[in-house]
Ligand binder design. Structure first.
Ligand code: FDA
Length: 497
């Protein structure tokens, strides 16, 4: 179809896109959201919407014929298996030096993530978003984001006795014996629901190991929060399995947006054109950066500035496991929702989540995802010969992250007389340094855009997702992405509509 005209078009339905769409819709603007992934609202062949982490099937990965699990082996056995090529929920997108995991579907990363909803410590905020007024963020926009997302923390009394958090209590004991601050980490999971799972009065989700390919119950993804409120306005159209391929100024004003409709096999079923007065790039750090880099280089949006594609970071993600003694079992039953962390940011540049290893058997393993102050930043560039966007991140750039994570785990290992696991990321490999869950940057605030996300060079084009954040948030990123989107869209609605 062609010729349709919409006042506001949002590319992507993750955190940034959902915030923008809700606030625009409430301001009376009809919003059209375009999402390349599926809608994830209908049960599959087994009666469930989402696949289990332990049994990945056609729903698990975005257009792959073999799974690419973050933990690729266990006790020396490879874990990956063949799956049918399908528009599944988790994309493991390979660049030269890093694999970037992302959610695909209506709800973006909220569909696949651990729900850890962390507000950075205020003293670290200046390094996270140097040009943003911290007072406004901590008095208005972080509270608004936390409320909108439904953030809360585990009941500390229940935590002490819950079988499914034995691994976290072992993590706390080891952290504290080595003198590290142990903190509870808030989450969007419904903690009362988890109690009912543990009591056997509700179907299991976190306690069935569900997470990477979606949670069937308990987790409040954006579908249950911002997107539910958005639908209630009646002022939105969402098109799943539609991928934006171009945005360019329209001769009659506004922007011409070219959209491919996808089949579940990943083929293009149709190509459509829409004209939009305003376009919000909310395709995630990688999605937005790839689009803008290509559109700038290939002549659709030549007036974008040279900051496009720059300032990308991995939030310093690095994973590792430790082998505990037999007297420190971590539990056969582990909640897939982490609830705690070790905060050594100030002294060692690392904030380590105590993560589950929900294998269903006792492993005596402690597993951690560390967020570190890695200073390296990569750049997206257009590779004309290959017809794709490249990212120049180097695998060796993770070394600072490993060193920072070691500031915690070398000390714990020496105190406990324990060693690192070497079987989780391939044979004899200690560090999961090949990936990130937290891509950030590529269209940085106040550089590629003005201080509210308006793209420099074009009026009516905005970035409103993780691409705005220059590479690191010191904690898990989605609360900051949401709060920044709340701040920016409030200003945009007040001044640009
Ligand atoms: P987001 O990636 O959410 O949404 C972008 C959307 O745009 C996607 O749905 C995508 O399909 C769509 N899109 C892309 N290109 C498009 C195109 N051309 N056309 C149409 N649609 C397009 N964070 C955290 O704070 N706590 C946590 O516990 C975790 N855990 C975690 C686990 C795992 C496995 C992952 C992969 C990620 C996390 N994260 C996390 C990270 C968090 O999910 C992430 O930072 C946010 O989802 C990013 O939000 P955005 O709005 O930037 O984009």
């Amino acid at each position: 179809s062609g010729g349709a005209h919409v006042p506001a078009l949002v590319i992507g339905t993750g955190y940034g896109g959902s915030v923008a769409a809700l606030r625009l819709a409430r301001a009376g603007v009809h919003v059209h959201m375009i999402e390349m992934g599926m809608s994830w609202d209908a049960p599959g062949s087994d009666g469930k919407i989402f696949a289990n982490t332990t049994t990945p099937d056609y729903r698990s990965f975005w257009l792959r014929t073999k799974t690419k699990q973050p933990l690729c082996s266990f006790l020396g056995f490879p874990l990956d298996k063949d799956v049918p090529r399908y528009t599944g929920i988790l994309d493991a997108e390979d660049f030269g030096g890093i694999t970037v995991y992302q959610g695909r579907g209506v709800g973006g990363g909220s569909l696949v993530n651990g729900g850890m909803a962390v507000t950075p410590r205020r003293e670290n905020f200046g390094a996270v978003l140097p040009t943003v007024n911290a007072e406004e963020m901590y008095s208005t926009y972080y509270p608004r984001a936390n409320a909108g997302l439904g953030v809360s923390s585990v009941d500390p009394a229940w935590f002490e006795s819950a079988d499914c958090y034995r691994y976290a209590r072992v993590g706390r004991k080891h952290a504290q014996r080595s003198g590290f601050p142990f903190v509870f980490v808030p989450d969007v999971y419904d903690w009362d629901y988890m109690k009912r799972e543990a009591a056997g009065t509700a179907p299991r989700s976190a306690l069935a190991g569900e997470i990477l390919y979606g949670n069937n119950y308990g987790k409040k993804s954006l579908q249950q929060t911002y997107l539910a409120q958005l639908r209630a306005t009646g002022n939105v159209t969402i098109s799943p399995l539609h991928k934006v391929t171009s945005v360019a100024p329209s001769p009659g004003g506004g922007y011409t947006v070219v959209i491919d409709q996808l089949t579940t096999g990943g083929a293009t079923a149709a190509t459509k054109t829409v004209t939009a007065d305003k376009v919000f790039f909310a395709a995630g750090s990688v999605g937005t950066s790839k689009l803008l880099t290509r559109l700038r280089a290939t002549g659709a949006l030549p007036g974008l500035n040279d900051e496009i594609g720059r300032g990308w970071g991995d939030n310093g993600n690095v994973m590792c496991g430790r082998a505990n003694h037999m007297w420190d079992p971590t539990g056969a039953l582990q909640s897939s929702i982490p609830c705690s962390g070790i905060d050594n940011w100030a002294a060692g540049g690392a904030f380590a989540e105590v993560a589950p290893l929900p294998t269903g058997i006792e492993t005596y393993a402690s597993f951690y995802l560390s967020i570190t102050k890695n200073p390296n930043r990569a750049r997206f560039t257009w590779n004309a010969a290959a017809g794709r966007v490249d990212l120049d991140w180097q695998t060796a750039w993770k070394q600072p992250s490993i060193d920072m994570a070691k500031s915690i785990f070398d000390r714990i290992n020496s105190k406990e007389g324990t060693i690192y696991r070497t079987d989780l990321f391939g044979l004899h490999k200690i560090w999961g340094d090949h990936l990130t869950y937290h891509p950030l940057g590529g269209a940085v605030l106040d550089k590629a855009t003005d201080n509210y996300g308006r793209l420099r060079g074009y009026s009516g084009l905005y970035v409103i997702d993780g691409a705005l954040i220059p590479g690191n948030t010191s904690v898990n990123p989605f609360v900051t992405i949401t709060a920044l989107a709340e701040r920016n869209i409030e200003r945009i609605i007040a001044t640009d509509l």
